[in-house]
Design a binder for this molecule. Structure first.
Ligand SMILES: [Zn+2]
Ligand SMILES: [Zn+2]
Length: 203
């Protein structure tokens, strides 16, 4: 068995190891281990973290998701269900609905699809159909907070406890972007998209 394979086995057993430890185990120089590690890293088997060598696993993909940055406020996105916009065959995620509305403003001319998640049930909702509590005392992310609900009654209940105001998508869009004359276009496709500029022309 070659040394690289052996290193992978050791990492499977121990969980992690340092270059120094591996050099001792194999009775070779740290330089030699470094070379093995470099190759293993290139091949995607391992990663280095805080001076230790670890095997790569599915959790690494989660790490990557956690390191996503909101394109609006540049906060690290930590929520399991960020606000998602699909436009030009791209998926863009905002840290929260607040930034989502600002993101929409950047794509006013485009057909946009957006998904939000109910604050309580975490079920996905087409963003244009959700009810939003704006400016409540609950501030999970950016202020004024914009908290989505699939059910208007739930949103109203939330307002009784935490304040704020229940708004439709359009009202929130206006509130956050301070713009006017926004309408929603329901098309015959599965996806409900909006093209804000187009709607303004039609008006
Ligand atoms: Zn943001
Ligand atoms: Zn935010």
């Amino acid at each position: 068995m070659d040394r690289k394979t052996k290193i992978v086995e050791i990492l499977q057993e121990k969980g992690e190891a340092t270059v120094k430890e591996l050099a001792n185990i194999f009775g070779v120089s740290e330089m030699t281990i470094y070379r093995d590690i470099k190759e293993l890293e290139k091949e995607g088997y391992i990663k280095r973290k805080h001076g230790s060598i670890l095997l790569r696993n599915e959790e690494d993909e989660e790490d990557k998701i956690k390191e996503k940055i909101c394109p609006v406020c540049e906060k690290t996105i930590i929520r399991a269900h960020p606000y998602k916009i699909s436009v030009d065959n791209k998926n863009i995620e905002a840290c929260c609905e607040h930034c989502g509305m600002i993101l929409h403003k950047q794509y006013e001319d485009k057909d946009v699809f957006a998904i939000t998640y109910d604050f309580i049930t975490e079920n996905p909702i087409t963003a244009f159909n959700a009810f939003y509590v704006v400016g409540s005392d609950a501030k999970p992310c950016c202020s004024p907070s914009v908290i989505p609900f699939s059910d208007r009654k739930m949103a109203e209940k939330f307002v009784k406890g935490f304040g704020g105001k229940v708004m439709s998508f359009l009202e929130v869009y206006d509130e956050i972007n301070k713009t006017i004359n926004l309408n929603i276009k329901s098309c015959c496709q599965d996806k409900q998209v909006i093209n804000i500029s187009q709607l303004k022309k039609e008006k």
